[in-house]
Design a protein around this ligand. Structure first.
Ligand SMILES: C[S@@+](CC[C@H](N)C(=O)[O-])C[C@H]1O[C@@H](n2cnc3c(N)ncnc32)[C@H](O)[C@@H]1O
Length: 240
């Protein structure tokens, strides 16, 4: 059974995830950096560096949210970054941010679902996702559609939480993630479920080798996993 944010409410995982991100969109950027002590910024930069040699011109950022990964991708000097998301609330915060930073000509944020992308086959040089795939309702379907819109020879780079394995870090991290993070996150975001869903969805997510097997199943080649910060997050790479 898939993990959903609001266990006592009706609605598919996709509907619940969109509602949850609409609810927390105003506090999302602050909480992201605060709860990760800013480490998420370094993770995004490292993930984007995995595309440096490819010099992608057309980049698709799936589950773009408020657009931070799309902004980071500008370091690659692409012609355009297109971001898609199912949460209008997150997109609205993102669009305001792009306008304020003068980036709205380079980065376009569109409503769009990873499982039914509105783009033709073989369109993008790179397809990127940060902290998005864990929230997909149908993981394989989302990854397969990412593969479809990628050009042959193109690359996907996926950044996602994973589970640290070594003692005593595993235990410390587990304590923080289960007991501290939900209390701070739920209080500041004023959503009683969002930051309880976060550790639950990470626990249920097939990380490491399991995720590489799914990438390969939908067609990606030369897959790699690069764990970050003792395995709290991982970068996954695949080629079409
Ligand atoms: C944790 S946020 C990550 C946002 C951004 N990528 C970042 O790194 O800050 C996850 C995002 O995934 C989006 N999302 C979840 N399922 C999606 C789907 N099927 N298609 C597109 N976006 C989706 C949510 O609406 C949310 O904005």
């Amino acid at each position: 059974m898939s993990v959903v944010p609001y266990k006592d409410k009706q609605g598919s995982k996709k509907e619940q995830v969109a509602t949850m991100f609409d609810n927390i969109s105003g506090n999302y950027d602050f909480l992201n950096h605060f709860l990760s002590l800013g480490i998420d910024i370094a993770w995004r930069k490292k993930a984007i560096r995995q595309l440096k040699d490819l010099q992608p011109k057309q980049i698709l950022d799936i589950a773009t949210g408020t657009g931070d990964f799309a902004i980071e991708a500008l370091a690659l000097k692409p012609d355009k970054v297109t971001g898609v998301d199912i949460s209008e609330g997150m997109l609205a915060v993102g669009r305001q941010k792009m306008k304020k930073k003068g980036l709205d000509q380079k980065i376009e944020l569109l409503s769009g679902d990873s499982e039914a992308l509105q783009f033709e086959d073989n369109k993008f040089d790179a397809v990127i996702v940060s902290f998005g795939v864990r929230n997909f309702e149908h993981l394989e379907k989302g990854l397969a559609d990412m593969y479809r819109v990628l050009k042959p020879g193109g690359r996907t780079v996926i950044l996602e939480f994973s589970k640290p394995k070594s003692f005593p870090f595993k235990q410390l991290y587990h304590f923080y993630f289960k007991w501290i993070l939900p209390k701070i996150g739920n209080t500041i975001s004023k959503d009683q479920a969002a930051y309880t869903y976060l550790p639950e969805s990470v626990r249920a997510f097939p990380d490491g080798q399991n995720f590489l097997e799914i990438l390969e199943k939908v067609g990606f080649k030369n897959t790699q996993c690069k764990p970050l910060t003792l395995g709290i997050s991982s970068i996954y790479i695949g080629t079409k």
